[in-house]
Design a protein around this ligand. Structure first.
Ligand code: GDP
Ligand code: MG
Length: 302
């Protein structure tokens, strides 16, 4: 069961009509280059979906040479136990990589709003068959593992984008910090989030959730911001055995990606793919898009 990503239970997350239409999920990744964005996508979906620095060095260099934040989108069709998922990943190379980053969030905000506009246009057409939905359902924001607190760049991005998209903050490359450092860093990040009125995504507990579900959601919430480790390498564990696990190897031992005692990767995947993928989509359409739409209509005097 190790290789299973977990979207095969999507039919249980949604109404039956979506099963026929197929599943489509759009995820955006933002953070300074080299923080492991591409690696995390590949680790999450257990497939070489995004080109990483290790795998595609030439392309990455070209990325950091440009002077603006790029918006690169690519789509993969993946299948698990007969369930198909069309996954669109929007990468944002260049973010935070310049000397002056005060405008870094703008092209990303613009892209998210354009996607809402595009949907709004389609909704107002007479013929609404074959609507394409390119709205962003989740934005994973990578915080550099400084161990201090949020940077101005982080605060600005999260403050501006929080009301527009399901924002999921993660501590990148958390294997470079000790357990105590991660704990302290998380506390300070949460304080900064509160102090700056930043809106992030929290899975909601519903009235009719059974106690087990409520417990799972509470455990997910307790890990936010998720301290993650990504890797696409596997190691024999224990050495010499037939058992292969994903991890990062250090002289003092192996960091196991799929071990909840080592990092929060499992909880992030649980929320994003296994239990809340559909809720992220619903929250996008019913709350975030709706609020964009009514602001727009008010502005137009409708
Ligand atoms: P991106 O520029 O944010 O897309 O970063 P990449 O995914 O290309 O990764 C950049 C480098 O960081 C590569 O050498 C990865 O192997 C390494 N890396 C990725 N994730 C982690 C992690 O969780 N911990 C550590 N220590 N290194 C990582
Ligand atoms: Mg990358």
């Amino acid at each position: 069961l190790n290789g299973i990503v977990g979207f095969h239970n999507l039919p249980n997350q949604v109404h039956r009509k979506s099963v026929k239409k197929g599943f489509h999920f759009t995820i955006m990744i933002v953070g300074e280059s080299g923080l492991g964005k591409s690696t995390l996508i590949n680790t999450l979906f257990n497939a070489p979906i995004a080109p990483t620095r290790d795998g595609n060095a030439a392309k990455d260099q070209q990325d950091s040479a440009s002077k603006t934040v790029e918006i690169n989108s690519f789509t993969s069709d993946i299948e698990e136990n007969g369930v198909k998922l069309k996954l669109t990943v929007i990468d944002t190379p260049g973010f935070g990589d310049f000397i002056n980053n005060t405008e870094a969030h703008k092209p990303i905000l613009k892209s998210i709003e354009e996607r809402y506009e595009n949907y709004l246009d389609q909704e107002s057409r007479v013929n609404r068959k074959n609507m394409t939905d390119n709205r962003v359902h989740a934005c994973i924001y990578f915080i550099a593992p400084t161990g201090h607190s949020l940077k101005q760049l982080d605060v600005q991005f999260m403050k501006e984008l929080g009301p527009k998209v399901n924002l999921i903050p993660v501590i990148a490359k958390s294997d470079v910090l000790t357990e105590a450092e991660v704990t302290g860093f998380k506390e300070r990040i949460l304080q900064d989030i509160k102090a700056n009125n930043i809106q992030i995504y929290y899975p909601a507990v519903h009235e009719n959730d059974d106690p087990e579900t409520v417990q799972e959601i509470k455990e997910i919430i307790s890990r936010i911001p998720f301290a993650i480790v990504g890797s696409n390498q596997t190691f024999e564990h224990p050495p010499g055995s037939k058992n292969h696990i994903r991890g990062r190897k250090y002289p003092w031992g192996l960091i196991e990606i799929d071990n909840e005692a080592h990092c929060d990767f499992v909880k992030l995947r649980q929320m994003l793919i296994r239990s809340h993928m559909e809720e992220l989509k619903e929250h996008t359409t019913q709350i975030l898009y709706e609020s964009h739409r009514s602001l727009k209509l008010e502005g137009a005097g409708v």
